[in-house]
Design a protein around this ligand. Structure first.
Ligand code: ZN
Length: 81
C-alpha cells in the first residue's frame, strides 16, 4: 500500500479502521462540571461560564466508526491549537 499524503503533513491522525481523518471525539470519565450564574436586579439569572475538572481517564474515539483511538490520545492533545 502506498501511503497517501496529499497535504504534506506527516502527522495527520487517521483512524486505522475506517480511514477517517477529520472527526474525533473525547470521552472524559468522572467530570466535575461547575456552572456560574449572576443574579440580575429583576431576580433572573445569567449564565456566566463553566469550569470543568476531569478526575478520571480521558478516552479518544473516531467520530466516524467509534473505534477506540486512545492509544493516539497523547499525540492528539499535542496537536490541539
Ligand atoms: Zn474510524
Amino acid at each position: 500500500m502506498v501511503p497517501v499524503n496529499v497535504t504534506g503533513i506527516a502527522n495527520r491522525l487517521t483512524c486505522p479502521v475506517c480511514g477517517n481523518d477529520e472527526v474525533f471525539f473525547e470521552l472524559a470519565n468522572d467530570v466535575l462540571l461547575t456552572s456560574y450564574y449572576i443574579q440580575n436586579s429583576d431576580g433572573s439569572f445569567t449564565h456566566d461560564g463553566d469550569s470543568t475538572q476531569v478526575n478520571g481517564e480521558v478516552l479518544l474515539f473516531c467520530g466516524s466508526c467509534q473505534e477506540d483511538l486512545t492509544q493516539y490520545h497523547q499525540r492528539f492533545r499535542e496537536m490541539i491549537f
